[in-house]
Design a protein around this ligand. Structure first.
Ligand SMILES: Cc1cc2nc3c(=O)[nH]c(=O)nc-3n(C[C@H](O)[C@H](O)[C@H](O)COP(=O)(O)O)c2cc1C
Length: 184
């Protein structure tokens, strides 16, 4: 292997930490309007209490809806939904109804008013508990108050032999997980 290093422009350093698991975040505004947005910058933030952090730009329509309601849902798509995932990350819900345009089905969540997405395989229902400005993005810390997953695809972990998740590489390129597991 040639291990000669090349300098990476600071504006591109985010790509050094990709591919990343990519999710669909849903929200409902105070007038009942719902929206869905693609998010790659997401992390588990605490095990107890269970929290996730999403990093989103304040100009996103989803940000406005989350601020209005104090809630959001993290939905986990599989690679067969790639076109829909890409669409939800390319246009704003201010312009179109992305559920309709992408052919995604909103279903009731267990504990929050924000919808879950039927076609996704897992759903983490979150209450917004903290917001931190990080630069051109904002970290929204959500406490997970309910979660569900498809029985056939998740039991203690995802069955990655059959489940193919979506990972964003950068530059409009996506990948998925292999079906191999390793036990060190
Ligand atoms: C694969 C992918 C990942 C993205 N990840 C994020 C992200 O983590 N945070 C963010 O603010 N925008 C992210 N975006 C951009 C938003 O999804 C995009 O601006 C979207 O149109 C915002 O929708 P909204 O205005 O309806 O909320 C991503 C886009 C793509 C295609």
């Amino acid at each position: 292997m040639n291990d000669e290093k090349a300098e990476v422009h600071v504006n591109d350093i985010w790509k050094l930490l990709h591919p990343r698991l990519t999710v669909l975040v849903t929200a409902r505004g105070k007038e009942g309007n719902i929206n869905v947005m693609t998010v790659s910058w997401i992390s588990i933030a605490s095990w107890n209490p269970p929290c996730v952090a999403i990093f989103i730009a304040p100009e996103r329509y989803t940000y406005q809806l989350i601020k209005e309601s104090g809630e959001f849902v993290v939905n986990v798509p599989t690679i067969d939904l790639l076109q829909k995932v890409d669409l939800c990350g390319s246009v704003s819900g201010r312009e179109i109804d992305k559920f309709k345009e992408a052919g995604l089905t909103p279903i009731s969540s267990l504990k929050v008013k924000a919808p879950s997405i039927k076609e996704c395989i897992a759903h983490l229902e979150c209450q917004l508990i903290k917001e931190v400005e990080t630069g051109d993005h904002v970290m929204l810390l959500g406490r997970v108050i309910a979660a569900r997953a498809n029985k056939s695809q998740f039991s203690r972990t995802y069955d990655i032999r059959s489940v193919k998740l979506v990972y964003y590489v950068g530059n409009s390129e996506y990948t998925t997980n292999s079906n191999e597991t390793y036990h060190p």
